[in-house]
Design a binder for this molecule. Structure first.
Ligand code: NAI
Length: 257
């Protein structure tokens, strides 16, 4: 059984786009939420071409309360209240703790953690009102569980640690409503995020370096593909995982094994 309507944040790129398209291929009505409106529109168009019953792009900055509230209103008006929601939008900014600008630290937390809270708040409010249960999946990271030396990863790790704790707590709060809340933990996945912050001319070289490191550091010997993470997320969003809540589904090529 499959939720009829699926909303995805960060749907314009990478893992979010792959989940949107995988849901579309199952014939769902899909809503592509992203701060990048052009990317959301392109993803919604691709979703329609893949078989979505309906697909709507929605401009949404997950770090902004009014933006998220307005976006969920727009989703409801266009395709109906979603029964499955993927709270996925995220950014990564790295710097050593001793020189991390507080504004950048706060921005990472605002998008990755407050953004997940705001997305889930709107989703859960509506799911409770329908009384039909539902599924919410949030995107965590290995950074929530293990350190990453030399990466300047403190803000990102703290935000994702917060997401993981949030998921466990929210799962307990909403289990009585038949609403499941889970997390996916993607390992190093081949998306734009891997080279975010790298000057455009140096991106190919940086990707080559990351891919080479992956062959030695990741037990499966390669980066993950967005569609591989999407398969895990689709399972959590669907009724196939009907007895799973408060869980983390690790999809990392064995990185944390
Ligand atoms: P990506 O950079 O390809 O996609 C992120 C999407 O989020 C973009 O479309 C971007 O426009 C959107 N976005 C950024 N800020 C936003 C905001 N304030 N409001 C709404 N949308 C916003 O990155 P990727 O890899 O697909 O990342 C998706 C999630 O997966 C993130 O939460 C990331 O932290 C997480 N993740 C990624 C890993 C990787 O290796 N790529 C590993 C572990 C977790």
């Amino acid at each position: 059984m499959w939720a009829e309507t699926v909303a995805v944040t960060g749907a314009g790129s990478g893992i979010g786009r792959a989940v949107l398209l995988a849901a579309a291929a199952r014939g769902a009505r899909v809503a592509a939420l992203d701060v990048d409106e052009a990317a959301a529109s392109a993803a919604a168009l691709a979703a329609l071409e893949l078989g979505a019953s309906e697909a709507v792009p929605v401009a949404c900055d997950v770090s902004s309360e009014p933006s998220v509230v307005t976006a969920f209103d727009a989703v409801a008006a266009a395709v109906g209240d979603p029964g499955a929601v993927f709270a996925n939008a995220g950014i990564e900014v790295n710097a050593p703790v001793h020189s991390f600008p507080v504004s950048s630290w706060e921005r990472v937390v605002a998008v990755n953690l407050v953004g997940v809270f705001l997305t889930c708040r709107e989703a859960l409010r509506r799911l409770v009102a329908t009384g039909r249960g539902g599924s919410v999946v949030c995107t965590s990271s290995p950074a929530a569980f293990v350190g990453h030396s030399g990466g300047g990863n403190s803000a990102y790790a703290a935000s994702k640690g917060g997401v993981s704790a949030f998921v466990r707590s929210a799962a307990l709060d909403y289990a009585p409503h038949g609403i499941r809340v889970n997390a996916v933990v993607p390992g190093a996945t081949d998306t734009a995020m891997l080279t975010a912050g790298v000057a455009s001319g140096a991106r190919d070289a940086e990707l080559d370096r990351i891919r080479a490191a992956a062959t030695t550091q990741i037990p499966l010997g390669r980066l993950g593909r967005p569609d591989e993470v999407a398969a895990a997320v689709l399972w959590l969003l669907s009724e196939e995982s009907s007895y799973v809540t408060g869980s983390h589904l690790v999809c990392d090529g064995g990185l944390m094994a």
